[in-house]
Design a protein around this ligand. Sequence first.
Ligand code: HEM
Length: 538
Amino acid sequence: SGPATVSPTGSPTGADQARMAQSGSHLTNAQGTRLYDTDHSLKAGPRGPVLLQDHHLREKIMHFDHERIPERVVHARGAGAHGVFQSYGTAASVTKAGFLAPDVETPVFVRFSTVVGSRGSADTVRDTRGFATKFYTSEGVFDLVGNNIPVFFIQDAIKFPDVVHAAKPHPDREIPQAQSAHDTFWDFVSLHTEATHHTIFFMGDRGIPRSYRMMEGFGVHTFRLVNAEGRTTLVKFHWKPKLGVHSLLWDEAQLINGNDPDFHRRDLADAIEAGAYPQWELGIQTFPDTPDQTFEGIDLLDPTNIVPEELAPVQPVGLMTLNRNPSNFFAETEQVAFHVGHLVPGIDVTDDPLLAGRLFSYLDTQITRLGGPNFPQLPINRPHAPVNDMLRDGMHQTAVHRGVAPYQPNSLDGGCPFTAGADMGAYIETPVTVPEGRKVREAPESFSDHFSQPRRFWLSMSPVEREHIIGAYIFELGKCYEEAIRVRTLQVLANIDPELCSRVADGLGLPAPEPTVPLADVEPSPALSQIGGTWPVD
Ligand code: HEM
């Protein structure tokens, strides 16, 4: 259900309901006292000075002064929708997660976003898109916090502040708002070549989606599923839109940005209002949980890698339908708090070092953004499962906890004794063996190939998609002030493909360098192409 104002005793009061609906026979102040005028300050005579004793003026202005909360440090601009996830039950053999059992229906809230722009920025910029889904399962909240691009810029979360500093507007002039066309971004991705795969993805058509309804979504990291017998399987999550994957042309995106900066937001809300509910199938690629956590030579812990769908087909496990618009943008889309650590029994994390940093980051940032540690109590974040935690007090606490013994075990309030060894439907971390080793700040050798997968991406593109990519690199690099950055990026392109490099070099009026690494001998993956995609769309 939508947002509700709940009294400390847990039930909506008459006054709360009136406030929620902005209705009632008379206006009150925040304390419920009836007002007779809210348009004039209290003055010493109609033309006299305003009096400091005007407590209504003070309350009204005070509240207004604090209406804005900090925007998200990334993914600030977004649009949300409610819906339902219907499980096919096909994942039941690999996970005990209740919401993936046969015929289970779970309410969801999804927030789509751009990454770099501020809250008021335009929708159709070239950028990665966020695709975050909150499943309100009967076993607790599960968040799948993904993007519309299956790989990420960096392999280790410790570099996240750096990549975001490089991608955000220049500190001196605060331009531009998108990832495109500025020196710091291209400086970073040409110096940190692990970013090459993500960069070529969003220089392609996926960087300018036609609609949120026509985007794929990816969990990016490899996750670990656990079934009822305790057997584990490594997986990657995919969302496949029923409408297919479609993009804008660059010139269209530019025109739309000028004419209707809310294009994607409007498209999503209008479609839902018209009853044209967007749908995505959730699918998983599964891999044996071997000690080395690789598949066909691909390191599954490296988030700059995909596993081609031709090698590990995406198996559908359920269908999501978005069927209700938020009734209050602030209370739902703005206050929703996703976190990769919101997991349910049957879904566990892996040792991907990017995921490890994310497990810290989300709750941490939300303390600032949502004003203290009690944001799980906000209506949009409340689990649809009973909560019996021992978290107490803190800023913006709205629950009135009962009892005197918020600790376990206790002999005063009764309690919920833990039974060692019993499953009890609890979340239990998989007892995987932790590799032994020296404490180091190093990446494994298997994280060092930064060009084979971007080359596979390039070779998988149809001719028209290749033209778009070439045009995008020429446009974006053409806007860099520093020639050294253009030259360094051409070197990166040479290591992907000589034709790509020479076409972009021609467009920039620069010589094309020779590759500095042997070109990888990789097979194309037709599923990467938006034109040659393999997912059955009915
Ligand atoms: C927000 C995805 C990596 C920190 C988001 C959102 C998405 C997302 C979809 C928006 C959530 C919403 O709509 O409210 C991803 C993906 C990543 C990634 C797919 C890589 C695979 C990281 C890393 C960090 C990070 C490495 C930090 C170490 C954040 C923060 C927010 C955010 C601080 C704002 C959250 C908030 O204010 O509620 N991310 N992200 N992300 N992400 Fe990530």
